[in-house]
Design a protein around this ligand. Sequence first.
Ligand code: FMN
Length: 303
Amino acid sequence: MKPKLNVEIGRLKLKNPVMVASGTFGYGLEFENVAGIGALGAVVTKTITLHRRVGNKPPRIAETPSGMLNSIGLENPGVDIFVNEKLKDLSKFKVPIVVSIAGDTVEEYGQLAGALEGINSIDALEINISCPNLHSGLLFAQEAGTTARVVEAVRSNTKKTVITKLSPNVTDITPIARAAEEAGSDAISLINTLMAMTVDIKEKVSTLGSVTGGLSGPAIMPIALYMIWRTARTVKIPIIGMGGIMGWEDAVAFMMCGASAVSIGTANFVNPSTAEEVIEGMAAYLRRHGIKDINALVGTLRT
Ligand SMILES: Cc1cc2nc3c(=O)[nH]c(=O)nc-3n(C[C@H](O)[C@H](O)[C@H](O)COP(=O)(O)O)c2cc1C
């Protein structure tokens, strides 16, 4: 028996629930020769902004126990080059494309959603709200009010599926998740990286050029599971879970905690075939346990 792996996230229909996380798979093409892109549930592209950004001062990557720090700083070529070059190349893979967007202001998020609206090869937008709000200095994702305003701005400019990506750098994830749902988001993805830093004691400097960065990888998985479990008990819209997934067992745990789909991030740097292996491993798990449909796994954690 071949288990059913299809999942639906808003109007987005995926052949399996395994995606690759924004910023860890470039614009897809970078992985063309090392990963089977066509097998993926979806590709989430690196966050783009209205205008080109050069990113942060190097070093922008540091290894940590069971994880990594990054401070890329949203380096990207801007929406025009993305649409005219990167997206055209990625479209040939016949894989659903989720485009991650960010801005400095609420208006910029709305403008970007509007600029992408007429493009049929884009299946969904993921709103990256883990960026500083120019007005308050806080991340948009750190306040329910700004989260709602960004989601409303995007929602009113697009009919595409809208996924709001939440930050774990908050005291309580639930009011933020609720604000995204009430403002019209079709789904929630979490978690983005945890703010962190490491120190080079010999030089008395931070290991990263921008002093602080975002922690990802297996070190953050227990936090991700906790936040997904709490969010799943708060909202009705589907959740895409990520944070340290290295293999199919991790993905099964995320789904048991309430994720309808999962994203592979840091693991792509270790083994670019991780997503494909997770798809195969989860299918085999379902077969062994006589589960006919992967959706039956979601939220089955016994408490
Ligand atoms: C090098 C690197 C770059 C990232 N860039 C982005 C980005 O552009 N936009 C975004 O929303 N998340 C970005 N992320 C966060 C990941 O998409 C993901 O949410 C996070 O790393 C947790 O998953 P993981 O532990 O499996 O990597 C980045 C992560 C890494 C490691």
